[in-house]
Design a protein around this ligand. Sequence first.
Ligand SMILES: [Zn+2]
Ligand SMILES: [Zn+2]
Length: 400
Amino acid sequence: MAAEIHPKPQARIPVLLGKIEAFQDVVSTAVIIPKEDGVITVSEDRTVRVWLKRDSGQYWPSIYHTLPAPCSCMSFNPETRRLSLGMDTGTVSEFILAEDYNKMTPSKNYQAHQGRVTVVLFVLEMEWVLSTGQDKNFTWHCSESGQRLGVYRTPAWVSGLQFDVETRHAFVGEHSGQVTILKLEQDRCSLVTTFKGHAGSVTALCWDPVQRVLFSGSSDHSIIMWDIGGCKGTAIELQGHNEKVQGLSCAPHTRQLISCSSDGGIVIWNMDVTRQETPEWQDSDSCQKCEQPFFWNFKQMWDSKKIGLRQHHCRKCGQAVCGKCSSKRSTIPLMGFEFEVRVCDPCHESITDEDRAPTATFHDSKHGILYMHFEPTRGWLLTSGTDKVIKLWDMTPVVS
Ligand SMILES: [Zn+2]
Ligand SMILES: [Zn+2]
């Protein structure tokens, strides 16, 4: 029988390139090595492994190193092949990987925290190692001298950290849901401002140094784009996940944002459109359309953020309306609502089909995502799942 020729699928979806399945425990953090067909993984079982793709098409470890304690976070700098690992003991351990990725050599230890290191970030341009820990300290060390340069006490545990080299601002995402912006000097740091927008903890942060916008993802399922460079102070909401956001990454060349959630959803957002801020919800004792009074204590519900009340606000104009005057639903993609939301009747009429054109695409990774890493030069995405599997995706069909 003649071999069947399958036509190339037309659908633009991420293509699964390979899987790594040899883990006893979930992989807490992993990165794709640029220019190598390789992956570095760190898992709860205290191992660091470097996986290289062999001629068989399978990934096999070229390095299998057991650490003295579980490792919770890492930062890999490809130019220097420097691997900074944040440990449960509070230490940040630094290793240099050999050029052929067959060996890792210990280089330094920083006694950075009391208790688990939650985020570590090596900044080559500054020769700084930034880290946050369960002790609620944000610290930075000089990677040349190994000396601690400074400490800043954060109000809550930190789950995300980004740094802008040009202006030396650190963006610190907290469990409380707020993002703190710090200005770092060599040995001093000052609080610039805090952003409050999430109803749940911040789970992911991504800084786009070109557009000068910060994205924060949260356990409240939402993503907020904070326009910092534009100085307009706008905050744009992106609602496209049904579960906790677990990872965010910018694709700088195509002005897209990639986000992942714990239910396995991968969303690719087009950020090359003019998006609109969602309106402030207005406070009223009666429906702003039909003037029927509301029979509840509005102020009290607002303060306690009761969901019942949220359902009575038009997402487009922000007016407080009764259920009768807001019976219809619509997507409002340019406001970030990729799912249908409540709108008042006049707003529903004003939204055209063109307005409803989605600005994002939705994909299913088919595993609960704990962690993601995007490598922009080849357009590859790594997802680490609750199923203890690492999946590698070619994103070029959707990120282009
Ligand atoms: Zn009404
Ligand atoms: Zn409205």
